[in-house]
Ligand binder design. Structure first.
Ligand code: MG
Length: 303
C-alpha cells in the first residue's frame, strides 16, 4: 500500500514533558507556539489530570489559555476521566484522548481499575464529548507489550478496540508504552485490528527504547497507516527504564519520511531548532540522532 502523506501528532508538550522534570509555564507556551510554527498538523498540547497525579501538567489551563492557536493545527488534550473530559471541553478542545491499557495489571497500577472497568466508562466520555462538539480517541496503552505481564496478545488489543468502537470512540491509537514493539509485533497487531475497521482512523505511538521505532513506522506504512505520534527531540523518557529513550523523535520521523517522498507538511529545519530549544528547557541532552547530526543533506565543508 503506497502512502504519500503522513499526519504527525506532536506529543512533546504533553506526553514528553510529563516524563521530564517540571518546566516553567512560560517555557511550555513557547514550546507549543514554536511547534505550531513548524507547520505540524497536530499537537497534543496538555492533559487535564489531577495535579497530585501528574504535577508536570498542573498548569494545563494556564498553558492552553496563553498559547497562540494556529487555525491550521489540530490541538488535542488528554483526559483520564469524566472530570478531565469536562475540563477539556470547557477549555474548548475538540479532540480529546483517553487511555485504556490492554494489560489489566498495567491499568490497575495506573488507576487501580481493570481494563474492563475502564472500558465501561467510554460510552459516558463519548457522550459528554460529542454533546460538546468534541471527538474521543481511545489510546490503547501497552498494545505491544506490558512491563508487568510481558507480551500482550493482539486478540486482547482487538477486544479493547471492539469495545471502544462499539461505545462510540471516534478514533483509536496504539501505544507502545515501554518500547516493546518490533516490526513483527506491529504486523501481528495490525493484522488483528486493521481489517475490521477500515473507516476508523488508527494512529500508532512508538517508543525508541530499544531502537525499533522507525522500523515499526516503516512496517505500519506498508499497512497504509498514515498517522503517527512523535515527540520533538525525543522528549520524554521511558517510565519503566530510567535513563532509557522513550518517544520517537519527531525530526527523525520527518527526516525519514521526506527522504522517502512522503509529505508531512513539516518544516524540518525549523523543527530541529525547536528540538534544540526543548533541550535547553529540560536541561539534558535529548536522544534524537537528527538533532545531533543534522539532516543527511547537511554537507561538511572541505578543509
Ligand atoms: Mg509516549
Amino acid at each position: 500500500m503506497s502512502v504519500d502523506h503522513v499526519s504527525i501528532r506532536e506529543v512533546g508538550p504533553r506526553d514528553g514533558l510529563q516524563s521530564e522534570d517540571p518546566i516553567p509555564t512560560a517555557d511550555k507556551i513557547r514550546l507549543i507556539d514554536a511547534l505550531s510554527a513548524t507547520c505540524l498538523s497536530r499537537i497534543e498540547a496538555v492533559s487535564f489530570v489531577h495535579p497530585k497525579a501528574i504535577p508536570q501538567m498542573a498548569d494545563a489551563d494556564e498553558v492552553w489559555a496563553s498559547v497562540r492557536r494556529d487555525p491550521e493545527v489540530r490541538y488535542s488534550a488528554l483526559a483520564p476521566n469524566v472530570r478531565g473530559v469536562r475540563r477539556a471541553v470547557d477549555a474548548g478542545f475538540e479532540e480529546i484522548e483517553v487511555v485504556v491499557s490492554a494489560s489489566d495489571t498495567h491499568n490497575r497500577k495506573n488507576i487501580n481499575r481493570s481494563t474492563d472497568e475502564s472500558l465501561e466508562d467510554v460510552a459516558e466520555l463519548v457522550e459528554l464529548a460529542h454533546g460538546n462538539g468534541a471527538s474521543i480517541e481511545v489510546i490503547v496503552a501497552t498494545s505491544f507489550g506490558c512491563p508487568y505481564e510481558g507480551d500482550i496478545a493482539p486478540s486482547r488489543v482487538a477486544w479493547v478496540v471492539d469495545r471502544a468502537i462499539a461505545d462510540g470512540a471516534d478514533r483509536v491509537a496504539f501505544g507502545d508504552t515501554t518500547g516493546m514493539g518490533t516490526p513483527r509485533r506491529v504486523r501481528e497487531l495490525l493484522d488483528a485490528v486493521k481489517p475490521n475497521y477500515p473507516d476508523v482512523p488508527m494512529l500508532l505511538h512508538f517508543h525508541n527504547t530499544r531502537g525499533t521505532a522507525l522500523a515499526n513506522v516503516l512496517t505500519a506504512l506498508d499497512y497504509g497507516v498514515t498517522e503517527f505520534d512523535a515527540s520533538v527531540g525525543g522528549l520524554g523518557g521511558c517510565p519503566y527504564a530510567p535513563g532509557a529513550s522513550g518517544n520517537l523523535a519527531t525530526e527523525e520521523l520527518v527526516h525519514m519520511l521526506h527522504d522517502m517522498g512522503i509529505a508531512t507538511g513539516v518544516d524540518l529545519d525549523a523543527l530541529i531548532e525547536v528540538a534544540r530549544m526543548a533541550e535547553g528547557f529540560v536541561g539534558r541532552e535529548l536522544p534524537s540522532g537528527v538533532l545531533r547530526a543534522g539532516p543527511r543533506t547537511k554537507l561538511t565543508p572541505i578543509t
